[in-house]
Structures are given as structure tokens and as C-alpha cells.
Design a binder for this molecule. Structure first.
Ligand SMILES: *[C@@H]1O[C@H](CO)[C@@H](O)[C@H](O)[C@H]1NC(C)=O
Ligand SMILES: *[C@@H]1O[C@H](CO)[C@@H](O)[C@H](O)[C@H]1NC(C)=O
Length: 455
């Protein structure tokens, strides 16, 4: 992604405003109606925000096989950290995060500074590493750290502000600012909350975000990006802060994408159309307890592979409360997880049924690929059946072989679905070539197959 593709109408608008006016506007937004504030200043509320996404691996010169190995490693790392954080007691972990693979470039501040974020429907906070990072306590990133002192439009968020309290863990700094800790499967980040103007490929907004001064993350999870843009249901996500009632994204394939970009649309511009038929379902209501209130739960009920409907106990996908504030199970759709992972009660029947159907075509998985079922690469389209995810209300999502089998070495391709823990996660590999619409206000999730490079 190059700066040439970035436009920043918001920045121009900003520079005409007196700094004090901007600060009070921002504070007004925060303390009053954070949820519906984006419209002020003609941000992106009418037309919405558009972001161009680049697959992080497209920035390195990785082969298809290397990309799959990276994705397997990342998915495993995430799963391992989920187990670690859930204490092995079978309760779901807090917000999980190991890697994000699609990144967006944006501008923040006045004069604008460049930043790059991984896009995450599985968390809320927007954050970027800042010059407050002491030596070596933050992750390496490709762009310079954000310098809040160099931005005329930056304002710290006071610790008494509602936006500060919206962080699960926060405290008052000595200067009255808001210090937060955000935890993910791959570690935590610590920083202070501020507001500034953001400009995306098109559209922009004044947003509260974390200026990170300390990261303790598994090395490599940022992939050189400077931070994260959370799209979850919580108050500090980009979606909530801009008052967007919906958002959509369409991910170009991991492979054979000729460098085509994917796009994310937040707000009015997000809609389906022009592609295949639209399938739609209600979201499963999220528990109110943070962090479970972040996730987008889908009503997955069953799986068919080839002509066989798998025998999976109906409870396998249920979201259930195990204790006060603890929920287990459920199925979330996550732009941040590379590969889908299924609860054991669903994964085992899938693996066993496919092993039976592919009998004769199966080859040994490459050493330490971490994958269970493999065939010769050239055989995939010939022998691997379509997999159908059945959601509530008769909504079916058909995954062609290319959406759940991936090349792992020169001669071998393997099933890119992993065994997870109690929660099942529909990862971004399984979302390729689909336009997904999250109608947050309407409580519905819709999708259609699409050529994402043309959107
Ligand atoms: C941040 O910006 C301020 C004001 O322009 C400048 O004095 C300072 O050196 C900058 N800090 C870094 C680390 O670049
Ligand atoms: C394949 O099918 C044959 C005959 O039904 C059976 O003996 C063999 O165990 C099967 N192999 C696998 C890998 O399932």
C-alpha cells in the first residue's frame, strides 16, 4: 500500500479549525454520545469510511506454502494462548488475539502521521504504538511511532471520562490521564488514551484510541504494522465510535490474488449487491459481560461434507454460561484468526468423515505442518468435497475446496481447519472471496460470494 492511494479530506477540514474548538468537540463527543458522535464535523457518517486492506504476507515475498505455514503457526499460537488464558478449566478466555493478517493504512493527527493497523472483528480498541515507547519495549514496526506531541489535534482523554471506563482495565495516571491495559491471546499492550483525527482511504473521524507505550506481545504478531483497529461490539471500536450501524468487508484470496487489495467499509457505504445471491441470518445475542460482549456470534448448527451431514451433538456450538461472567462455547466470526477452528465435538466428526471420503487419496501430512488431512496438491479440486456450514434459519455457507484446503508444500495440500477449544472460530481463510455484511443495528449477518478485487 502506498500513500498515493490515501486521501485525507478530514485533515484539510481539520486544519481550518481552531485547536481549542477541536478539543472541545472531541471532549463533547466523548463525554456525551460517544456512540453517535461521528457525524460532527462532516466526518464519514454520511458516506462512511472506506479502507483498503493489504494482506500482510503480500508485503513480504512469501510463497504460497510459506503463507500457509505462517497461518498455521499463527492459528496454533492463538489457540495455545486461548488455552493458557482459560486456565485449562474449560471456560472461555478473554479477548483472544494472536495474529491479524489484513492491514489498513490510515493517517492520524495534524499534520497527519502514517499508521498501519491490523483489522480485528474480535476486539474493540483502536491503538497504535507511540513515541512514548521506551527503547525496546514496543514491537518493531515499518512506520515511525506515532508522536502525540507533534499533532496539534491530539488531546489526552481524562481518566474520569466514560471512554476511559470503557476499557476493561484502566486507571488514573498522575497527570489525570487515562492509562489502559488491553489483553489479547498473544499478550498485552499498555498505553494512554487520547483522541485525534483519523483519515482513511476515504472518510475520517475524530476517535478515541490508545497511544501504546509498552507492548508485551508474541514476537511477529504485528507483522510490522503499528497497531490494531478493533471492529467489535464494544464502545471503543471503530464501529461504535463512528455510530456506524453496519460494516462490510471482502477479502481477496490468500493466493492467486495478483496483489489485488481487499476493502473494508464502515457505515453507510457498507452494503452487498452485484454479486451472488445474499444469504442472511440473525446474530446470536452476545452476553453482556465483557469481553464476551465484543464478539459477533453466529448460529452455526451443523456441517455437511460432500453428501454426508455430520453427526455433531447439538450442544457443540452452544454458547453457555459456566459461571458468573464466564461463558464457554459459541461460534464467532473473526477477521483476525487465519484458520477456522472447531470445538472438538465438531472437529472430530469432520476429520473422520473426510478421512473416509478421501480414502485412497490421502497422503501423509508434511512433517511439523500441524495439519491432519492432506492430499496431493493437484488432487484437491478433483477429490475434496464442498463443505457446508448450516446456520440457523436455513442459511447455508458453502466452502469450496479452495476455502478450506491450502497448499502446504510443493506437492501437498491440507485441510486448513484446526481443532480448537470450546469456542469455535470462523477464520479469515474461510472468508475469502466472500463479501460479508455485519448489520450491527439490525442484528443480522449476511454474505454473498464475490470477486473481492472488483469491489
Ligand atoms: C515529537 O514531537 C515533538 C514536537 O514536534 C518533538 O520535539 C519530539 O522530538 C518528537 N519526538 C520524537 C521521539 O520524535
Ligand atoms: C480405505 O478403505 C479400505 C477398504 O475399505 C480400508 O481397508 C482402509 O483401511 C481404508 N483406509 C483408510 C486410510 O481409511
Amino acid at each position: 500500500m502506498t500513500t498515493a492511494t490515501m486521501r485525507s479530506p478530514r485533515t484539510k477540514l481539520k486544519s481550518k479549525m481552531a485547536p481549542t474548538a477541536l478539543v472541545s468537540l472531541v471532549l463533547f463527543c466523548l463525554s456525551n454520545v460517544l456512540i453517535t458522535c461521528s457525524g460532527s464535523g462532516g466526518t464519514g457518517a454520511e458516506t462512511g469510511i472506506r479502507m483498503k486492506l493489504t494482506h500482510v504476507d503480500a508485503k513480504g515475498s512469501y510463497t504460497a506454502e510459506e503463507r500457509v505455514r505462517r497461518a498455521v503457526a499463527a492459528s496454533r499460537q492463538r489457540l495455545a494462548s486461548m488455552r493458557a488464558t482459560s486456565g485449562g478449566g474449560g471456560v472461555s478466555a478473554p479477548v483472544h488475539w494472536a495474529t491479524r493478517q489484513y492491514i489498513a493504512e490510515y493517517l492520524v493527527g495534524d499534520p497527519p502521521q502514517r499508521a498501519e493497523a491490523l483489522i480485528d472483528t474480535g476486539s474493540d480498541l483502536i491503538w497504535t504504538q507511540s513515541t512514548a515507547c521506551l527503547r525496546k519495549v514496543c514491537a518493531r514496526q515499518d512506520l515511525p511511532y506515532f508522536n502525540a506531541s507533534a499533532s496539534g489535534s491530539f488531546a489526552p482523554v481524562p481518566c474520569r471520562d466514560r471512554a476511559c471506563a470503557a476499557n476493561y482495565r484502566h486507571l488514573c495516571a498522575l497527570d489525570g490521564g487515562c492509562t489502559f491495559v488491553a489483553s489479547y491471546g498473544a499478550g498485552s499492550v499498555i498505553g494512554f488514551l487520547g483522541t485525534d483525527s483519523f483519515a482513511f482511504q476515504s472518510g475520517g473521524a475524530a476517535l478515541a484510541f490508545g497511544c501504546v507505550s509498552f507492548t508485551r506481545l508474541t514476537p511477529g504478531v504485528l507483522h510490522g504494522a503499528s497497531g490494531l483497529i478493533g471492529l467489535g461490539r464494544g464502545r471503543l471500536s471503530l464501529v461504535s465510535q463512528t455510530g456506524a450501524t453496519r460494516f462490510s468487508y471482502c477479502l481477496t484470496p490468500y493466493f492467486h490474488n495478483d496483489g489485488a487489495s481487499s476493502h473494508l467499509l464502515v457505515g453507510a457505504a457498507a452494503s452487498l449487491g452485484g454479486g451472488g445471491p445474499v444469504t442472511s441470518m440473525p446474530f446470536v445475542e452476545s452476553p453482556k459481560d465483557f469481553p464476551f460482549s465484543t464478539f459477533y456470534y453466529l448460529p452455526l448448527e451443523g456441517i455437511t461434507v460432500g453428501d454426508t451431514k455430520l453427526s455433531i451433538p447439538s450442544s457443540a456450538f452452544d454458547l453457555r454460561q459456566v459461571d458468573k461472567g464466564y461463558w464457554a462455547g459459541g461460534v464467532i466470526i473473526d477477521s483476525g484468526s487465519p484458520f477456522t477452528s472447531l470445538a472438538k465435538a465438531a472437529y472430530e466428526p469432520l476429520r473422520d468423515e473426510l478421512a473416509g471420503q478421501l480414502n485412497g487419496s490421502l497422503v501423509a501430512p508434511p512433517a511439523d505442518s500441524g495439519l491432519a488431512l492432506c492430499v496431493t496438491r493437484g488432487d484437491v479440486d478433483r477429490v475434496v468435497p464442498t463443505l457446508v456450514l448450516h446456520f440457523g434459519g436455513g442459511a447455508d455457507m458453502a466452502l469450496p475446496p479452495g476455502n478450506y484446503w491450502a497448499p502446504v508444500d510443493k506437492s501437498t495440500a491440507c485441510m486448513a481447519i484446526l481443532e480448537g477449544y470450546e469456542q469455535s472460530i470462523i477464520g479469515n481463510f474461510q472468508q475469502q472471496n466472500m463479501h460479508l455484511l455485519f448489520d450491527v443495528a439490525g442484528g443480522r449477518f449476511s454474505f454473498q460470494t464475490a470477486d473481492c478485487s472488483t469491489l
